[in-house]
Design a binder for this molecule. Structure first.
Ligand code: ASN
Ligand code: ZN
Length: 333
């Protein structure tokens, strides 16, 4: 722990009331995470460059869950960064985005009516808009985990952000976004296989993306075909997201944490799930050991089979489930 580290309490709009590691400087608390390499959270105050001002507080009680309180977005994104840091550390032994023990930083309240969030390798930071009307912030846990995971992909496989490798890059961020939710297991954000289900980006309460059947969003693909590399990476991610759901939970109808899913297979054959704990280990090892910048869907199949062989043994039931899940999205057989 850093000198001066404190345990504050925050109430986010999406995270609920959560502990926050903060730092006491003189008589002012700073949103600087002394337990996670000093990750800093800034208020851009609707600006679009630099770092704005560090979030500070005089009593270490942050935000109130309402969007009108400026600290609330800071709580959600600081918690998201902490939960994602902890996920990579606890589950994979990874020490930060680049595995070098160095913290990124977060910037909330970017621009005006900015309906996005993004990771940047050049600042080594995450940035969050306040959404439409500056009243729909994109600050939920899965959004933070998605963006931070772009940093992990960039530091490992380096999947090029176009064509099939771009779809795999996006899917990697969605996969770890879901996995971080399951690891954090927040009462206020029940873990699911959706992305962006809390931020109401569509205005009707629906998620941004669905992993059990990606076509539920109206645009994403459920399965691979030869045209996949020609579409936007946020839609060509669909088949890989679907693969990960099938590998984790299996095909058909299922309820997880009270959420109903119904996952189809393109070959009509069933897939038996191996659990998200095993599936995430396979995807992470494939990403960090076997995938490269130009890996396509066929290459991702090979990479995950190699990873499964390393972790569980070749031709074990777990290994065969990986093969079945790829066949279910029309990759290999
Ligand atoms: N929020 C988007 C994403 O992480 C930003 C982008 O289009 N790269 O995918
Ligand atoms: Zn992304």
């Amino acid at each position: 722990r850093f000198e001066g580290v404190q345990t504050g309490t925050g109430t986010g709009q999406f995270s609920g009331t959560v502990p926050l590691s903060t730092t006491l400087s003189g008589s002012t608390y700073q949103l600087v995470d002394g337990d996670r390499a000093g990750h800093r959270t800034y208020d851009l105050n609707q600006g679009t460059s630099g770092t704005g001002t560090l979030f500070t507080d005089d009593n270490d009680v942050w935000g109130d869950g309402t969007q009108s309180n400026r600290q609330t977005a800071g709580v959600d994104v600081a918690f998201g960064a902490a939960a994602t840091w902890d996920y990579y550390k606890d589950v994979f032994g990874r020490n930060g985005i680049r595995n070098d023990g160095v913290a990124a930083y977060s910037r909330a309240h970017y621009g005006n009516n900015y309906v996005n969030a993004f990771w940047s390798d050049s600042c080594f930071c995450m940035t969050y808009g306040d959404g439409s009307g500056n009243t729909h912030p994109l600050t939920a846990l899965d959004v933070a985990a998605h963006e931070m995971s772009h940093g992990v992909t960039s530091a490992t496989a380096g999947l090029t952000y176009s064509g099939e490798s771009g779809g795999l890059n996006e899917a990697t961020s969605d996969i770890f976004a879901a996995a971080v939710e399951f690891h954090a297991d927040l009462p206020a954000d029940v873990p699911d296989y959706f992305v962006g289900e809390k931020i109401n980006i569509n205005g009707n309460g629906t998620p941004l993306r669905y992993m059990d059947k990606p076509s539920r969003d109206g645009t994403s693909r459920d399965s691979w075909d030869s045209s996949l590399g020609g579409i936007d990476v946020h839609y060509s991610s669909g088949p890989a997201n679907h693969f990960f759901y099938l590998l984790s939970e299996g095909s058909g109808a299922k309820t997880v944490n009270g959420v109903a899913y119904d996952s189809p297979t393109s070959d009509g054959l069933p897939v038996t799930g191996i659990g998200i704990e095993n599936a995430q280990q396979i995807w992470y090892r494939a990403l960090t050991t076997y995938m490269t910048s130009s890996t396509n869907y066929a290459g991702a199949r090979t990479a995950t089979l190699q990873a499964a062989a390393d972790l569980f043994g070749a031709y074990t039931p777990t290994y065969l489930a990986v093969s079945d899940a790829w066949a279910a999205i029309n990759v290999g057989q």
